[in-house]
Design a protein around this ligand. Structure first.
Ligand SMILES: Nc1ncnc2c1ncn2[C@@H]1O[C@H](COP(=O)(O)OP(=O)(O)OP(=O)(O)O)[C@@H](O)[C@H]1O
Ligand SMILES: [Mg+2]
Length: 273
């Protein structure tokens, strides 16, 4: 009777874009692909899904669930963006004695109710990250295009393999298309993980964070949003219709216009050089 699948978004490096990927994928899977989605904040010691989504005022957290204090239905938050959230324990809610390995059991229960259970993981190589790895049917690693992060991605591959898991895809994030960056084909070849998406470094992602919204909601046709839609379609083997040329152009212009608003007018046309 199991209906859904659990997908863990991991990296052994902080700040590469795991939480950003989780919330944007949840948003497009729910709103563009009509899937029933729950996001699990499994970054136990530094939970921040709530900071990206503004869902911080919860009575209970994942710790209460893992410690058997409450039921799933007591802790799930129905988010207005179209998906559900199992929040982490912010502030005083942190409990270092929680039984992280119970996560798999809870995720398996969630799979009976949702099409997709998306897990946001901790970047630290400890039981927190391991609990996401073992609770996931599929794993995707987020990396930026530089050597140190590639190194941690290789460690993630090894860690997953030690747990008899395979990493299904590489999400390359914060790409600036500069000569000094590692090329996406090289990242794919050197990591041995199939590349499922390339997401540009885009200030609108930071703007979306400041507005407590996924970037895919702020501008659904930006390069970042289209990249997340493609990744979501690959994750679930769903058809994806590339938007028409003029829709894309309008999406790019909308992002460009936002930059224009913040540039110094005295620079004049130099902005476009
Ligand atoms: N494509 C992008 N372009 C610009 N900024 C981005 C992009 N992706 C993520 N960011 C920004 O990078 C920062 C770190 O992102 P995020 O919190 O998603 O990383 P993380 O891997 O979850 O970090 P941690 O391991 O600490 O939880 C955030 O400020 C986020 O808005
Ligand atoms: Mg995070």
């Amino acid at each position: 009777m199991v209906k859904g699948k659990s997908i863990g978004i991991i990296s052994i490096k902080g700040g590469v874009g795991k939480t950003t990927s989780v919330i944007n994928l949840a948003h497009v899977l729910a709103n563009d692909f009509g899937k029933k989605v729950v996001v699990v904040d499994a970054n136990f010691s530094s939970p921040n899904v709530a900071l990206h989504l503004g869902a911080a005022n919860n009575k209970y957290s994942i710790f209460d669930l893992l410690n058997g204090k409450v039921k799933l239905s007591d802790v799930i938050h129905e988010h207005e963006f179209g998906f559900h959230v199992l929040p982490g324990g912010m502030g005083n809610g942190f409990n270092s004695n929680a039984n992280y390995m119970k996560l798999k059991e809870k995720v398996n229960q969630l799979k009976n109710h949702y099409d997709v259970v998306l897990l946001d993981s901790s970047p630290t190589l400890n039981n927190e990250l391991l609990s996401t790895i073992v609770a996931s049917d599929e794993l995707y690693v987020v990396s930026t295009p530089d050597l140190p992060t590639l190194g941690t991605t290789l460690r993630a591959v090894k860690l997953a393999r030690d747990k008899k898991m395979n990493i299904n895809g590489l999400i390359l994030n914060k790409v600036r298309s500069k000569n000094y960056e590692l090329k996406s084909a090289d990242m794919e070849r050197l990591s041995g993980i199939p590349l499922v998406g390339v997401i540009n470094d885009n200030v609108r992602v930071l703007e979306a964070l400041s507005k407590v919204k996924p970037a895919t909601m702020l501008n659904p046709n930006s390069d970042v949003s289209l990249a997340y839609k493609k990744i979501a379609s690959k994750m679930l083997s769903l058809p994806y219709g590339e938007p028409k040329f003029h829709t894309k152009i309008l999406g790019y212009l909308k992002d460009d216009f936002a930059k224009l608003k913040t540039h110094k007018w005295s620079k004049g046309l130099a902005y476009y050089k």
